[in-house]
Write a protein that binds this ligand. Sequence first.
Ligand SMILES: [Zn+2]
Length: 248
Amino acid sequence: MIKLLRDFKPAFFSDENISTLTHLFKTQGKHVWQHDDVKEACLMLGNKKCAYCEVILNQKSTYLEVEHFKHKDDYPDEVIQWSNLLPSCRHCNGAKNNHNVVDEPIINPTVDIPSEHVYLKAYRIKGIDTLGKMTVETLNLNDIDHYVTERCKVGAFIEEQIEKAEDKLNNYRSETNPARKREIHKVIRAMLYQCQKNSLFAAVSSTTLHDSEEYSAIRSEMISLKIWTNQFEELHLSSLALRLPSSK
Ligand SMILES: [Zn+2]
């Protein structure tokens, strides 16, 4: 889970539209959130991923569901309030069901900072405090098939890229030429791209990357060899912001 920025408000959510649609929901039970503008806005908010578990939406079986953070049955006035909507996968939306986040709060990734409330242990997300623990339990975030196995694959990819980068850096050290520089750049780029906010399980990949002493050594050496680019540094820093605390 990563922090999401709700720093825009689509024109769809005008006071007039909200008032009309809220009335339609309350009087006729219409699914007023089932609108392309709402879905598009939710996808943008979540970097095209589930706000809770970070699976990429609208791929294979992971279709976007518009999630009401405060449940629409208990809080009908917020059924189409932009501040109450999140992008979610079917699994998280189903697990959360009609959970009341006012009575038993869970992390709202657009409000709370997830890394203050959860940490990573052996590809499982664990609560640091009551809020984190309630979140993990409510959303069933450590389902083996859905998440833990898939997070392992992402972690393994990062570990593999780090090993590859070490090899390529050795090659470059033994013979400094543009072709070898291109080779290591390709590996570093692929690795850093997998650790950005729009990547599958970015909190996991970023944590794996920044926990790695080998990665840290590679970066230091590339900086001193002047082959660590500004783009890499930007990607490095944006990924660092997604890191969760971890425990072995
Ligand atoms: Zn999810």
